[in-house]
Design a protein around this ligand. Structure first.
Ligand code: PRT
Ligand code: MG
Length: 213
C-alpha cells in the first residue's frame, strides 16, 4: 500500500526532515535542487509530493495525498473539511499579527470606530479577528508582499505572519496586535486513516515521539 505525503518546499520541508527521519523515511532528492514534484524515498511504499504550502490541505482533503504538513494559518483559511489533525508538530513557528506603518495611531483609529482597510493573504483569520473586536473592516485580499500595502495607501493595516520581525522593520512597519500563535500540524485524510491505518499509525507515532520542544 503506497503512502503519499504532501509537503511544501522551504521551511516546512527543512523542519520536517528530522520528523521523517524519526519515522525511518529519507527523501531520495532535495526538492530545492530538483524540479521533480514527486520525490521517492528510501521506502518503496512512501513518496513525497511537493506542493504550494496553501495547497497541502486540498491535496489531503481529496485523498491525492494521505498525509500532509500545513501551517495553522493555512488550515484556518482552508477550513479543515475532510482532514483529521492529530498532531501539532511545533515546527515553522511564527505569529499572526496586525501591523501598521510607523506613526499610524492604530489604537486611536479603533477607538474612533474608524472603518479600517486591511490587506492580507488571510481573509478568514482577519475577518474573524476584527469581528471579535467589533471593528468594521474592508478586507483586501493579496497574494504576497502585504508589507507594501500600507506604504502606498492601499490599506491602513495588514494581517500577516511575523517571525523575526525583520520584514516589518525593513518596511517601516510595526506590529500592533497579536492574533494567534502559528505552528505546523500533521493532517491526515480521514478515509486514508481508516483504510491505511497499519501504515499511517507508525508514522504518526514516530512523528509524535520526535516533535521538537
Ligand atoms: O512562499 P509561498 O507563497 O510559496 O507560500 P508560503 O509563504 O505560504 O510558504 P512558506 O514556505 O513561506 O511558509 C509555509 C508556512 O510556514 C506558513 O504557512 C507558516 O505557517 C509558516 N511560517 C513560519 C511562515 C513564517 N514563519 C514567515 N515568517 N510563513 C511565512 N513567513 C513570512 C511572512 O509572511 C513575512 O513575509 O516571512 C515574512 C516575515 O518573516 P520575518 O522573519 O521577517 O518576521
Ligand atoms: Mg513564503
Amino acid at each position: 500500500m503506497k503512502l503519499t505525503i504532501a509537503l511544501s518546499k522551504g521551511r516546512i520541508f527543512e523542519e520536517t526532515l528530522p520528523l521523517l527521519a524519526a519515522a525511518g523515511i529519507i527523501p531520495a532528492e532535495d526538492p530545492e535542487a530538483s524540479r521533480k514534484l514527486i520525490i521517492g524515498t528510501n521506502h518503496p511504499g512512501v513518496q513525497l509530493v511537493i506542493v504550494r504550502a496553501s495547497d497541502v490541505p486540498t491535496y489531503v482533503q481529496y485523498g491525492a495525498a494521505d498525509l500532509g504538513i500545513a501551517g495553522r494559518d493555512v488550515l484556518i483559511e482552508h477550513g479543515g473539511a475532510g482532514l483529521y489533525q492529530p498532531l501539532d508538530l511545533n515546527i515553522a513557528k511564527c505569529k499572526m499579527m496586525v501591523a501598521v506603518q510607523n506613526g499610524f495611531d492604530y489604537e486611536a483609529a479603533v477607538r474612533r470606530g474608524a472603518r479600517l482597510k486591511i490587506a492580507t493573504k488571510y481573509p478568514q483569520i482577519a475577518r474573524e479577528h476584527f469581528a471579535r473586536k467589533g471593528v468594521h473592516v474592508d478586507i483586501i485580499k493579496l497574494y504576497g508582499s502585504m508589507e507594501l500595502a500600507p506604504l502606498v495607501g492601499l490599506a491602513d493595516a495588514i494581517v500577516d505572519l511575523v517571525s523575526t520581525g525583520g520584514t516589518l522593520r525593513a518596511n517601516d512597519l510595526c506590529a500592533v496586535e497579536h492574533i494567534v500563535d502559528i505552528s505546523s500540524r500533521l493532517v491526515v485524510n480521514q478515509a486514508a486513516l481508516k483504510l491505511k491505518h497499519d501504515v499511517i499509525q507508525p508514522v504518526l507515532d514516530a512523528f509524535a515521539g520526535a516533535v521538537p520542544a
